[in-house]
Ligand binder design. Structure first.
Ligand code: SF4
Ligand code: SF4
Length: 405
C-alpha cells in the first residue's frame, strides 16, 4: 500500500501565529531509565496522569491544530492512547501525530498504529523509535538490559507492517551523549543499510539530564558529526523522493535536506551558549506543552505556568491567560528576544512561522548539504564487520533476520 502523506507542514507557512501544535505528555510513567532523560525529575513527582475526560476537555477547547506531539513518560504505557489520538482527529482535525517510543512494547505499537491508520485515515503518523547506539551502548544509555534487541524487533515489525505506507514515517531518534559519540557515524550508516527507515534524527541531550556529564557535545564536535553524516541524509532524501512523483521529487528533496540542515545549523550554534536563531521562537504562541499532570508551559525547557485543571482544562482560556501572555513577553521577539536553545521540535515549529526567513535558510542549508554529499558505501562484509566490532549477538540478529545469510 502506498499512500501519499498529507501536506501539513507548509500549511502553516504564514506569519499569522495561532496554536499549531500541542505537546501532550500522556503519562508520567516510564519503563526505561535513560541517562539523558530531561523529564526524570518530573516523573519522580508521581502525580496522577490526566484522566481521559480531562484530555477530552482539552481537545474540545483547542480548536483546529496541525500537530499532536505525544510525549511522556513512555506513551505506550498509556492504555487509552489510541482513543486519545482518535479524539484529536475528530475534534481538532489533527494532520500529523508524532508517537515516540522506546520500543519496549513492540506488538502494541503495531496494533495501535494499524488501528489508527483505519480510524484516522487523513493523518500522517511519525513512529519515532529511540535507538542510541549498538547493543550495549544503547542499553547503558537507556538503563534497560536487552532494550536494544527489543527495540530492533519493534523496528522490524513496524517496517514489515508499514513499509509501503507513505502515511507512516519510520524515524529513528538518537540522542548524542558521552556513551555513543564515538560510534554515531557507524551506527547511522548501519541503521540506514539494515532497515527501511524513513529518516534518522540526531538530538543533543537537553535540559536537566538524569545523569550529570552525559552532555559532552561542543559546537565544533556537533558540526563535525553533522557534516560527516550529511551524505546519509541524502540517502534518506532518495528514499523519500521514491514515494513522490513528477515535479514533487526535487521539491521534496530540497525541503527535506534544506530543513534538516537549517535545524542542525541552528542547534549547533546553540550548543556552547544561547545564540539567536535568526527567527523568532514561537513557543507559547503556536505551541503548548501539557505535562502529564495538567501543568502547562510554553515549551519543554521553561518552567510550568500553571495547571490546566485550574482553567477547567480549557485550552482557549490558557492561551489567553495572563500567565501565557507574560511568558510570551518574557521570551521576546525580534531584537528583543532573549531565549534560545537547541530544541529541535521548537526550532522546526518556529521555522514554518517565519516564512520570509525560512526560504533563505533552507536554500542555504540545501546548498551546504549538496556540497557535503558523497556516495554511501557499504556492503554485507562491512556491515558484518561493524556488528562484530560492536559486539552484537549474531544469533539474536539471525532470529530477527538482520543480515541473515
Ligand atoms: S527519555 Fe523517554 S524513555 Fe527514557 S526515561 Fe525519559 S521518558 Fe523514559
Ligand atoms: S528558545 Fe527554546 S527554551 Fe526558549 S522558548 Fe524557545 S523552545 Fe523554549
Amino acid at each position: 500500500m502506498t499512500t501519499k502523506r498529507t501536506k501539513s507542514s507548509f500549511r502553516t507557512m504564514s506569519s499569522k501565529r495561532k496554536l499549531e501544535s500541542i505537546f501532550l505528555f500522556v503519562t508520567g510513567r516510564c519503563n526505561a531509565k535513560c541517562a539523558m532523560c530531561f523529564y526524570a525529575e518530573e516523573m519522580d513527582k508521581k502525580e496522577p496522569d490526566l484522566t481521559f475526560d480531562e484530555i477530552k476537555k482539552i481537545s474540545e477547547t483547542a480548536g483546529e491544530i496541525n500537530r499532536l506531539w505525544i510525549s511522556g513518560g513512555e506513551p505506550t504505557l498509556r492504555e487509552d492512547l489510541p482513543e486519545i489520538i482518535e479524539m484529536f482527529y475528530k475534534n481538532n482535525q489533527v494532520k500529523d501525530v508524532n508517537i515516540p517510543t522506546n520500543g519496549l512494547k513492540p506488538e502494541r505499537i503495531v496494533e495501535w498504529v494499524t488501528r489508527l491508520r483505519k480510524s484516522c485515515p487523513e493523518t500522517n503518523f511519525n513512529v519515532s523509535l529511540s535507538l542510541d547506539g549498538f547493543g550495549k551502548t544503547h542499553d547503558i544509555q537507556r538503563g534497560v538490559p536487552g532494550n536494544f534487541y527489543k527495540a530492533l524487533y519493534t523496528l522490524k515489525l513496524v517496517d514489515e507492517h508499514f513499509r509501503d505506507d507513505g502515511k507512516v514515517l519510520k524515524n529513528i531518534a538518537t540522542v548524542i551523549t558521552k556513551y555513543n559519540i564515538e560510534e554515531i557515524q557507524d551506527f547511522m550508516l548501519w541503521v540506514f543499510a539494515r532497515f527501511h527507515t524513513s529518516t534518522h534524527t540526531i538530538e543533543a541531550a537537553r535540559g536537566m539530564t538524569r545523569d550529570d556529564g552525559v552532555k559532552i557535545l561542543t559546537e565544533s564536535s556537533l558540526r563535525k558529526i553533522q557534516d560527516d553524516v550529511a551524505h546519509i541524509y541524502s540517502g534518506y532524501a532518495d528514499r523519500m523522493v521514491q514515494e513522490t512523483s513528477g515535479f514533487r521529487k526535487p521539491i521534496t528533496r530540497f525541503f527535506y535536506l534544506g530543513f534538516i540542515r537549517t535545524l542542525y545549523n541552528v542547534r549547533a550554534s546553540n550548543i556552547d551558549e544561547p545564540t539567536p536563531w535568526g527567527m523568532d521562537c514561537t513557543a507559547g504562541e503556536t505551541t503548548l506543552v501539557i505535562d502529564y499532570d495538567g501543568r502547562f508551559r510554553a515549551c519543554e525547557l521553561r518552567e510550568p505556568l500553571g495547571n490546566l485543571k485550574d482553567y477547567g482544562c480549557d485550552v482557549s482560556k490558557v492561551m489567553q491567560s495572563d500567565a501565557m501572555k507574560q511568558e510570551i513577553e518574557a521570551i521576546g521577539h525580534g531584537a528583543k528576544a532573549n531565549c534560545w536553545c537547541t530544541h529541535g521540535c521548537w526550532i522546526t515549529s518556529s521555522i514554518v512561522f517565519n516564512p520570509s526567513k525560512m526560504l533563505g535558510m533552507v536554500y542555504k542549508g540545501y546548498r551546504e548539504m549538496k556540497k557535503l554529499n558523497r556516495p554511501i558505501v557499504f556492503d554485507e562484509e562491512m556491515l558484518r564487520g561493524m556488528e562484530e566490532k560492536y559486539g552484537l549477538d549474531r544469533e539474536k540478529l539471525d532470529e530477527l533476520h538482520i543480515g541473515k545469510s
